[in-house]
Design a binder for this molecule. Structure first.
Ligand SMILES: Cc1cc2nc3c(=O)[nH]c(=O)nc-3n(C[C@H](O)[C@H](O)[C@H](O)COP(=O)(O)OP(=O)(O)OC[C@H]3O[C@@H](n4cnc5c(N)ncnc54)[C@H](O)[C@@H]3O)c2cc1C
Length: 452
């Protein structure tokens, strides 16, 4: 087969993959010599910063996802799960399933933007029994779980069981954990109005964090403000506390406090009875990368200053799956959407430089500030060099993130959801959904199929 077009294949339709595709479309979208291709498991971009608001029922589920086909119109899209990347043969192979053929896609240039998955640090019981907050399915599952717990608790006569139904534990004090805990509190306080036997004092949201502070990476005063505000709202934040197991009924923890006296003072930190534990305590690169032939560090693809993968010119890694040291701290950049998009822009420029024989540029990150919401119309933000907390930070968060949603119709839908939420209580109908098992559902059909 004669190939005359150069094929650029982007793996992953998250923040990094989509940003890269959009930049490349503006450069090569009408170039008949270049073909742009994207492969991703879901056919949409998930706007993760608003995921906790889906879990709390404030935003309707589909309003935070944008179909890839509507935002990357000049990129050929394959919905599928990547099985293997062969950087020597320049082939990407997709898993086959009962409904999908296992195909291989050839590339001339490759952008790997496969993100990360939840890291349970080898605790199999936690993985089996915990809820997570990474996918749209996770958010929907959590909302239904919370409502189910209310339904059970309302008529439960055993006080110990009732307490465990109304204890909600969130593990992890980063972006995902803190925003989830804040939203969870909003949801349960709202839902409570419909359950006559459940009172505010019966409800508990507990955040467990192994580090001595929540929201690492934020200005310390802002993180302190967030902690105080959340504590005032009744969220119990336990620092220097590591989870050791969770069997679905009880979470056991270990104090990391160096002062043994402090760890003895509060025996409750050793075991908490709960039926719902949300695990947000860490991410790890996806299996596909760990299984690949690329060189990795902590499971991430090692890149050079230009975001090219070591030993493979023309292959770039961006976002959560890339290992790139921050020259200022000599530590890897934190996994954030902002950094993923910044890397995607640099990788797109460098790919253009490779194609057009131009000078590549090094990746340099200039933070535009960061922000988080902590529930009840409050937040923290470092914005335009200023530290802001409370209502104004919350308002800035809303404006900034609304402006970042790529399509007008989804912006409008989210805005309407927020407005409706000002006037009405959350919907407490529970939808019966089953927990989605990934990977195991994928069965291989043909080892060797078509090469496209
Ligand atoms: C609840 C939550 C809240 C967050 N809040 C913020 C925030 O407020 N601000 C912020 O900056 N960051 C936030 N983040 C972090 C941010 O979402 C990530 O850093 C960002 O998504 C990373 O972008 P990425 O493109 O590298 O990966 P992702 O966005 O995770 O994209 C990876 C893509 O690859 C696809 N993929 C993975 N494996 C395969 C495979 N084998 N085959 C096919 N496709 C595959 C996935 O389906 C996905 O589409 C939050 C994260 C969570 C979970």
């Amino acid at each position: 087969m004669v190939r005359n077009k150069k094929k650029v294949v982007i793996l992953g339709g998250g923040f990094a993959g989509v940003e890269c595709a959009r930049k490349l479309e503006s450069e090569f979208g009408d170039d008949s010599e270049i073909e742009l291709v994207m492969v991703s498991e879901d056919n949409f971009l998930l706007f993760t910063p608003m995921l906790p608001q889906v879990a709390s029922g404030m935003i309707e589920t589909r309003h935070i996802v944008m179909p890839i086909r509507t935002i990357c119109k000049k990129t050929k899209f394959y919905e599928g799960r990547i099985k293997n990347i062969d950087p020597y043969g320049k082939l990407v192979t997709l898993w086959g399933t009962g409904d999908k053929r296992s195909i291989s896609i050839h590339y001339d240039f490759l952008i790997v933007a496969l993100g990360s998955e939840t890291n349970f640090f080898g605790m199999a019981d936690v993985e089996k029994n915990a809820y997570t907050m990474k996918t749209l399915n996770d958010a929907v599952m959590l909302r239904n779980r919370v409502i189910d717990m209310f339904e059970q608790a309302e008529n439960e006569t055993d006080p110990i069981l009732r307490k465990s139904l109304l204890n909600f534990v969130v593990v992890g004090g980063g972006f995902a954990g803190i925003e989830t805990a804040g939203e969870l509190m909003d949801l349960i306080l709202d839902a409570r109005k419909h359950y006559h036997t459940i009172h505010k004092k019966d409800l508990k949201v507990i955040v467990l964090e192994a580090l001595p502070m929540i929201l690492p990476g934020f200005d310390q005063k802002l993180a302190e403000f967030a902690k105080e505000k959340m504590t005032e709202r009744g969220i119990d934040i336990r620092l220097k506390t590591a989870v050791t197991s969770f069997d679905g009924n009880e979470v056991t923890t270990k104090s990391l406090d160096e002062n043994p006296k402090n760890s003895m003072d509060n025996p409750e930190t050793n075991a908490i009875r709960t039926k719902t534990l949300v695990w947000t305590a860490g991410v790890t690169p996806v299996n596909t990368i760990r299984r690949s032939m690329f060189k990795t560090e902590k499971g991430k693809l090692i890149t050079n200053d230009y975001l090219e993968v070591q030993d493979f010119p023309g292959v770039f890694a961006v976002g959560d799956c890339a290992f790139f040291l921050d020259p200022k701290t000599q530590r890897p950049f934190p996994p954030t959407a902002q950094i993923a998009e910044a890397q995607a822009r640099t990788a797109a420029k460098n790919l253009k430089a490779l194609i057009k024989n131009l000078q590549k540029e090094k990746f340099v990150y200039h933070s535009r500030g960061q922000m988080a919401i902590i529930g009840k119309r409050s937040g923290i933000a470092t914005f335009l060099g200023m530290n802001i907390s409370g209502f104004w930070a919350w308002l800035i968060w809303r404006n900034v993130y609304l402006s970042k949603i790529p399509t007008f119709d989804k912006k409008l839908r989210v805005f309407l959801d927020w407005t409706i939420d000002l006037f009405f209580d959350r919907d407490i109908s529970r939808l019966k959904l089953v927990k989605h098992e990934t990977e195991k559902e994928y069965k291989l059909l043909d080892e060797v199929d078509d090469v496209w």
